[in-house]
Design a protein around this ligand. Structure first.
Ligand code: AMP
Length: 405
């Protein structure tokens, strides 16, 4: 379906063209008419499906031209808020609409200036927005669109009370768009007080990783985890790689050890300052860093183009996080690989992930790596092979010795 078919105003169509989008993705095809119609929406979709444009484009179309603050988008993390704000700016760059980013961790001054300039759209994290709302510096009285994005993450992070206070300050006559990758029972309760007769749109099975991602498990003895990580990095021809760890300490330690071995690496987690987090993400996006070592803060929704590989240094504790983590690669029709290193202690977690995604993840043994024996090797279906071998072959994708710096 072409974007012309939605009847968007010309400046929005030019924004889409400038982004190089040729046709709408499935979630866009289904959500855009609903939003244009004025209905509330409850959408669940896999990561990397084009969800941001699915809500941003019809909102920009309906806002048309600069006026009062009419749209509020709530995001669970500062990184996501920044990403969505950038998307609004880019899609709307041929309109005169103004977008403000309100997030914690940075000083109030510049944000206050953005508010004074009269934004049409505010993209915010809940805490800082509430500060401004409670001091009377932002008014939501003219609000027409409320977007609650990544709601399951918002709940995980304990933002529900703040979100409730914010929703209470919004006019009742608004249109509400609600997105969540997974829909646990708590969210059902929330939808009842936030949404009015929503259209429900579910794209694909939310439990499944995108089918452009090839994933495999690498069993190993605990003492050899770091060595196996190094071997995987050395033998993989990666463009850019995110390594996920379960703790902030582990993220720092691994980044430190890789740095000593001359990898261009940076760590991203919530104990780093806002400026460090921005520098890490920008550096990773620009190619200054080839490896980003991150906790789950980076797993949700972040759109980093060209991540060719994800390595889970630890098996994620929540099965949904597995889907989110490996969803960082293989985005928007590109292909990617995800490797998960795991030890005997983690076998139950692996099984719960397999139950969740309703598929067995192939086990791999890295050829030529000097393994210490682990009982995991007695598991059936362990394929000896190099990195990626024995898994679905990917067109135009190369594996081999890598020494780039
Ligand atoms: P999202 O799911 O919103 O994070 O989007 C994932 C990626 O898909 C982003 O890099 C978008 O720029 C890209 N994208 C969104 N819509 C389209 C489209 N219709 N055609 C091509 N790429 C798109």
């Amino acid at each position: 379906m072409s974007f012309q078919d939605f009847g968007f105003i010309d400046p929005v169509l030019r924004g889409i063209e400038a982004m190089g989008y040729e046709s709408a993705t499935p979630i866009q095809e289904r959500s855009i008419p609903v939003i244009l119609n004025g209905s509330d929406l409850m959408g669940s979709a896999q990561t990397g499906t084009g969800k941001t444009a699915a809500f941003a484009l019809p909102i920009l179309h309906k806002l048309q031209a600069h006026g009062a603050c009419r749209c509020l988008v709530l995001e669970p993390t500062r990184e996501l808020a920044a990403q969505v704000e950038t998307a609004f700016r880019e899609y709307g760059k041929f309109t005169d609409l103004r977008v403000a980013l309100i997030q914690g961790g940075v000083s109030f001054g510049p944000q206050r200036q953005q508010i004074e300039q009269g934004p049409d759209v505010i993209v915010a994290t809940p805490g800082r927005l509430l500060d401004f709302l409670e001091q009377g510096e932002i008014s939501l009285k003219d609000l027409q669109f409320l977007v609650l994005d990544e709601v399951d993450r918002m709940l995980d992070m304990g933002f529900l009370p703040q979100v409730r206070r914010i929703v209470e300050k919004c006019p009742k006559s608004r249109q509400t768009l609600f997105f969540s990758a997974t829909l646990p029972p708590e969210i059902a309760t929330m939808t009842q007080w936030v949404l009015k007769n929503p259209e429900v749109i579910e794209i694909g099975a939310t439990r499944m990783p995108a089918d452009t991602v090839t994933h495999a498990l690498y069993p190993v003895a605990k003492d050899q985890k770091f060595d196996l990580l190094l071997a995987l990095l050395e033998r993989t021809h990666y463009e850019s790689c995110i390594i996920f760890t379960s703790t902030k300490i582990a993220a720092d330690q691994i980044a430190g050890r890789l740095e000593k071995l001359n990898h261009a690496v940076v760590a991203l987690h919530s104990n780093r300052s806002q400026s460090e987090r921005v520098e890490a993400l920008e550096g990773f996006k620009s190619g200054k860093y080839e490896v980003l070592v991150a906790t789950d803060i980076a797993a949700r929704g972040l759109d980093i183009a060209g991540v060719s590989h994800v390595i889970n240094y630890d098996v994620p504790g929540h099965p949904e996080d597995y889907v989110h983590r490996i969803g960082r690669t293989g985005r928007a029709k590109n292909v990617g690989d995800a490797f998960t290193i795991f030890t005997a202690e983690e076998i139950d977690t692996v099984r719960s992930i397999e139950r969740f995604i309703q598929a067995k993840i192939p086990r791999q043994k890295l050829e030529g790596f000097e393994y210490i024996y682990t009982a995991l090797f007695n598991e059936q279906s362990l394929t000896p092979g190099g990195v990626g071998k024995g898994v679905r072959t990917l067109k135009g994708y190369s594996f081999g010795a890598r020494r780039r710096r």
